[in-house]
Design a protein around this ligand. Structure first.
Ligand code: DAK
Length: 259
């Protein structure tokens, strides 16, 4: 598929998806979400890709869903059928590979919600995050009312959702919305560094660790612990487990094959 609103680059097993609608601060319309879903499915199926980075570049991550597209929508338009945003979120969130959001500038509304779908968020020091939907007379409908409280707790999430206020990178780090802050001119270098660490690990162990966390969050603790144990046990069927432990005992770095 030829993409018009995103750019994909793959280098040394690390795929970078860059949102590319600079004139509207990367506002997310259905075309962007459809292309994101398609790209995520394609990268998931590509065994050479080990880690995925989603970014908007150094100026802006995304200023939210495209308000122009949403302004005249009816309740039925919103209620009926699977939404492109939900499909994109689900496809990205369910990838077996780690997904890192590299955030510079605004990550607002649907932009913040897209970042919430990633496994890890790295913020540039110029990042501003928020869920301003309330100021438009709506609520965060792309998972914000669900994923944000699970990440930072309901009380702080409600404050952000009810006020619509933007927060800077430091506040985002303080409340656990992002994992780290880096100078904006180091955003891609630092994100690549983290991606390289992830890509050096065993792909099956990464996949099952991610699944264990994500699925576990949908279960009660006892069911989650049982699910974790199934994932853990399954890893003893992999060559990577044999290699990882053998390498430790032989005092050398492991060479994982992702099998
Ligand atoms: N949509 C469309 N265009 C946008 C936009 C957006 N979200 N954000 C900015 N733009 C456009 C502006 O209209 C302007 O276009 P021109 O006037 O040049 O044609 C251009 O980008 C530059 O923006 P500004 O001139 O406003 O730039 P400033 O630096 O002055 O301000 C700003 C930057 C980010 C503070 C401001 O643009 C702003 O407040 N933008 C809107 C932020 C916002 O309210 N975001 C939340 C949108 S609602 C769902 C899935 C998702 C969602 C809902 C449901 N389902 C699956 C059901 C998500 C909803 C949302 O995200």
């Amino acid at each position: 598929m030829a993409y018009e609103t995103i750019i994909i680059q793959i280098e040394e097993g690390i795929a970078t998806i860059t949102l590319n609608r600079p004139k509207v601060l990367n506002a997310l319309n259905d075309q962007v979400f459809n292309e994101l879903a398609e790209a995520a499915a394609t990268l998931e199926a590509d065994p050479s890709v080990r880690v995925v980075i989603i970014t908007g570049g150094e100026k802006v991550f995304a200023a939210g869903a495209d308000i122009g597209q949403m302004a005249s929508a009816t309740a039925m338009d919103m209620a009926i059928g699977e939404k492109a945003a939900h499909r994109a979120h689900r496809t990205i969130e369910n990838m077996s590979k780690p997904v890192i959001a590299a955030i510079a500038g605004y990550a607002l509304g649907g932009g913040c919600e897209l970042a919430l779908v990633a496994d890890v968020r790295i913020a540039a020091d110029n990042a501003q995050l928020g869920l301003p939907e309330i100021t438009l007379g709506i609520l965060p409908g792309g998972g914000g009312t669900q994923r944000l409280p699970r990440l930072i707790g309901p009380s702080k999430a409600k404050e952000l959702i009810f006020s619509g206020d933007f927060i800077n990178a430091e506040e985002a780090l303080r409340i656990g919305l992002v994992n780290k802050i880096v100078p904006v001119d180091q955003l891609f270098v630092e994100t690549q560094k983290m991606a390289k660490v992830f890509s050096s690990r065993g792909a099956v162990a990464l996949h099952l660790a991610k699944s264990s966390v994500n699925e576990g969050l949908r279960m009660d603790l006892e069911a989650g612990l049982q699910y974790e144990h199934k994932c853990f046990s399954l890893l003893f069927a992999t060559q990577d487990q044999k290699e990882g432990m053998k390498a430790f005992l032989e005092k050398r770095p492991a060479k994982f094959q992702g099998r």
